[in-house]
Design a binder for this molecule. Structure first.
Ligand code: ADP
Ligand code: MG
Ligand code: MG
Length: 883
């Protein structure tokens, strides 16, 4: 089996289709080389080796040594330099590269191949002493940090001291002798910390770095990232070894990163940053403030240092040409890394660029309009989950803003929350349900869990391509980066800005679209959903087969759902209506009643309230189906839990405290989830369902009379296991309907159906369909009852289950297609066999999850129902599933 694939110098062993084998970076380097772009030669060790490396106890097979030697020979052949040559050494970079780009993996090592001898050769061959020693000190520092994992603080400190001693502030002000002196100091630090001298053998250096890349696949950081992003642990990473090109060879050299379109807003303009006389990570590390790529961007920002367009006009034109070429070739917006060595342009990376949801929409719609992609492709391009970012409220433009600082608009969206200064605290406070803003000088991959937990991220340093900015955009978190006036003292827990002081816990608001940082909480408004969003949704709706409904029970939810394009209500939970402060007393009287007569008295008080609820919902959902679920939770949920409440409730309900306590004790259940709930309530107390059914039909007839648009009530019985249960409940409902229709002298169409949320119901679906006109798969409960896992208690072990691959994803978030899915397919099949026109839908969290929606499409369901804010996500996901 082959593990090494070459690229550059007219050779490409792989191409863009080989991402699984070569990783994204390796596949695209090979692709760029094959279409004739200037790519420094190199080779990729495939992801298959990563798997083998772990299988064989973290060792390399001997055959790999020969293959790597051939790979080095390829680079030597193209460059005419030799690895380890004391006269004119070949230097390489060692770069990790998984299928998808993954923060948390080992950082790149640059300038590998330098030692005490080759550094002199590099100086002589390049005629530039300063450059050679600068490169060597960079190498020692990077290698020590990422491969030897020594404390990098000591190196930074040594550099700071050197600068202080010399009385300079910029790295560029250090000369050859200064860097040479620092190299001596750096090597001493390595010996102190590592108890061994810095490795001088270039082959040891290379294998150390390759091993570190594979080793980093199982680092904690990488594991956390994989878990958050559903990346399987068995993918592995590739390693890229590539000839160095140098952006640090004086003023005709530079390094930069760019997007072919604006990744934040999606505008069709080159977007990027570069630095003259610098190497690799300098741009993103925030050591110097990077310069703009285009003159227009520089002028718009009012910045002084010349843009690349102005400072290196010829190379810029060449680069712009490459941008266009790559965008057309990949038919997508590209994120590009490049280096200019003494006027010559080199391409170091390209990939489809990460973008905000707003940019994703705009780019997809623009590219379709430009004719670069089809409408269907545009629909397929936008990640439904990312729409979430656009659907949530933005800052009210009319609300006053106490702006305390301004940074870069790194990732759009608004967020308010309490200040926290470290990722751990962010996570802890978020777990307690608090909204937090993570405030850092800059972020690093170690902060990922905190960034995920935070509502927003604010940094004092770093540009639009800094770690914070890139990761925040990927996660959909609002982010303001590089707010330079912030003085952050994380240890003391203080943030100072412009003479004002904020402490941990104080509330800040950030606006990731404008870069503003504000004191306190700023009110928000609903976003506008026209423009690109409307266009793309229109295209999606033309390809979608599944209908999309909403889970909604309040008028506000129903209105939001309709605005977002819901085609009905798939789940209206009636118990929420019972919790209303004004009604809870009547609800409690009903529960506490000792007999039917007592219950009926209390229910009579609830009837007009319920009717009013349904009237409003039917009005909003005029002409659309509304599925109403009859009372489902165990009754004791409505009783007080706190000691203090008992007296109050006893007074309100007219019962003694003792009687109340006794009744509460009677209602106690050991396992309420499997207890006296769902249709079991209706079987034992039919008058409850009778009242609810009456309220539904009275409201429906009223609305039909007033508006002319008759609502289509679908009355849904929960937790049915047997045909007989549904038969009994349907009789109660039909009787109520007949009574109301007789009283009002008017009838309307309605359906009676059931939730399928118990395995027995799924198995007996054929019989149940003899009675029920529709099934709604209640996948929350169906998951609990099929897996035998209580959702409320799963947190303790579910992460371990997902980590160990027992379930690929949290089954309460994404449907367990193999298990629960099989029951759904079976029930659908058996239900249809009895009643070919039976309506089939899904409610529950899964109705808004794209992977689960794809399953519903495949299983041939009629609709999915999701929470109002997820309706557009479901529309888009349903369209993608149908493509
Ligand atoms: P990441 O995945 O973190 O972006 P890369 O492997 O792309 O890491 O390396 C980061 C940066 O290092 C690149 O953008 C580039 O500037 C620099 N770099 C990597 N390889 C080389 C090389 N062969 N020559 C010059 N610079 C390089
Ligand atoms: Mg890169
Ligand atoms: Mg249920």
């Amino acid at each position: 089996e082959r593990y090494v694939y070459r690229f550059g110098g007219g050779v490409s062993d792989g191409g863009k289709g080989d991402k699984n084998l070569l990783g994204g970076k390796g596949a695209n380097l090979a692709e760029m080389a094959s279409i004739g772009l200037p790519v420094p030669p190199g080779f990729t060790i495939s992801t298959a080796m990563c798997a083998r490396y772990y299988q064989e106890g973290e060792r390399f097979p001997d055959s790999l040594r020969d293959e790597v030697a051939d790979g080095i020979a390829h680079i030597e052949g193209v460059t005419g330099k030799r690895f380890g040559d004391a006269a004119d050494p070949l230097l390489v970079s060692v770069r990790s590269g998984a299928r998808v780009s993954m923060p948390g993996m080992m950082d790149t090592v640059l300038n590998l191949g330098l030692n005490d001898e080759t550094v002199k050769g590099l100086a002589a061959a390049s005629g530039d002493e300063r450059f050679a020693w600068d490169s060597y000190r960079r190498f020692i520092q990077m290698y020590s940090d990422v491969v030897l994992e020594l404390d990098h603080g000591a190196f930074e400190e040594a550099l700071e001291i050197a600068k202080e001693d010399l009385g300079v502030t910029l790295d560029t002000e250090l000369g050859a002798a200064d860097w040479q002196a620092l190299v001596v100091r750096y090597k001493a630090i390595v010996e102190e910390q590592w108890n061994k001298p810095f490795p001088q053998d270039v082959h040891d250096q290379l294998w150390g770095a390759v091993g570190a890349v594979f080793g980093s696949w199982q680092s904690e950081r990488a594991k956390v990232y994989r878990r958050l992003n559903d990346i399987p642990g068995d993918w592995g990473t590739a390693v890229n070894v590539q000839a160095m090109v140098f952006g640090n060879m004086g003023d005709t050299s530079a390094t930069g990163v760019a997007f072919t379109r604006d990744p934040a807003k999606g505008d069709r303009a080159y977007y990027g940053e570069f630095l003259i006389n610098a190497q690799g990570e300098d741009v993103v590390a925030g050591i110097r403030t990077p310069q703009y790529l285009t003159k227009a961007a520089r002028e718009a920002a009012g910045a002084k240092p010349l843009s690349m367009e102005e400072a290196m006009p010829e190379t810029y034109v060449e680069l712009a040409h490459v941008f266009d070429l790559l965008e057309n070739h990949y038919r997508d917006m590209q994120d590009i890394e490049f280096t200019v060595q003494q006027g010559k342009l080199w391409m170091l990376q390209t990939r489809s660029g990460k973008r905000t949801a707003k940019a994703a929409l705009k780019i997809a719609v623009d590219m379709a309009n430009e004719g670069l992609i089809s409408h269907d492709e545009a629909v397929a391009r936008v990640d439904p989950a990312a729409l979430d970012q656009l659907l949530h409220p933005t800052l009210d433009p009319k609300a006053p803003r106490d702006v305390v600082a301004r940074g870069l608009p790194a990732s759009p969206g608004a967020a308010s929350g309490a200040i926290v200064f470290d990722a751990e605290t962010a996570q802890q406070q978020a777990e307690r349900g608090e909204d937090v803003i993570l405030v850092r000088v800059e972020t690093s991959p170690e902060d990922i869990h905190g960034m995920h937990a935070a509502k927003g991220i604010l940094t004092a340093r770093g540009g639009m391509t800094s770690h914070a900015a890139v990761v925040a955009r990927g996660m959909g978190r609002p982010c303001v980066s590089g707010a330079g006036t912030l003085a952050i003292d994380a240890k003391a827990g203080v943030l100072r800005v412009d003479g004002r002081e904020f402490r941990a816990g104080d509330i800040l608001t950030i606006d990731g679209a404008t870069g503003e940082v504000m004191a306190g909480r700023v009110p928000t408004v609903q976003p506008e959903l026209a423009g690109d969003f409307g266009v793309l949704m229109g295209w999606a709706d033309t390809v979608r087969r599944l209908k999309v409904r909403a889970n909604a029970e309040t008028p506000l939810d129903c209105r939001t759902a309709r605005d977002f394009g819901a085609e009905g209500v798939g789940l209206c939970r009636t118990e929420h209506m019972f919790f209303d402060a004004e009604r809870i007393t009547a609800v409690r009287q009903m529960i506490l009643a000792e007999d039917e007569a007592g219950r009926r008295t209390a229910l009579a008080k609830l009837l007009p309230e319920q009717r009013a609820d349904f009237t409003e919902i039917f009005e909003i959902m005029a002409g659309l189906p509304v599925t109403i679920r009859l009372l489902d939770p165990p009754l004791h949920e409505f009783l007080p839990h706190e000691e203090a409440e008992f007296a109050e409730v006893a007074k309100a309900t007219g019962l003694g405290v003792e009687a109340l306590r006794r009744r509460a004790a009677e209602l106690h259940e050991f396992n309420p989830m499997l207890g006296h709930r769902g249709c079991r309530l209706g079987v034992t107390y039919p008058e409850i369902y009778e009242m609810q059914a009456r309220a539904i039909f009275e409201a429906a007839v009223d609305v039909a009379e007033k508006s002319g648009a008759a609502p289509i009530p679908e009355v849904m019985v929960p937790l049915v296991a047997t045909r007989r249960e549904l038969e009994l409940m349907k009789a109660v409902i039909d009787r109520a309907a007949a009574a109301v229709f007789a009283e009002k002298g008017r009838t309307l169409d309605y359906l009676v159906g059931t939730m399928i949320e118990l395995p027995r119901a799924a198995l007996k679906a054929g019989e149940i369909a003899e009675v029920g006109a529709f099934f709604s798969f209640g996948t929350n409960d169906l998951t609990q009852t099929t897996l035998g896992v209580s959702r409320d208690d799963a947190a303790r072990f579910l992460t371990a289950y997902v980590d160990q691959g027992i379930y690929a994803r949290d089954p309460f978030v994404s449907l367990d297609i193999e298990g629960v899915g099989e029951l759904i397919r079976l029930a659908a099949e058996r239900g249809r066999a009895t009643r070919p026109d039976i309506k089939l839908g899904i409610c529950g969290e899964h109705g808004g999850d794209p992977a689960s929606i794809a399953f519903c499409e495949a299983a041939g369901l009629d609709y999915v129902s999701a929470s109002p804010y997820r309706v557009p996500i479901a529309r888009l996901a349903a369209a993608q599933a149908a493509l």
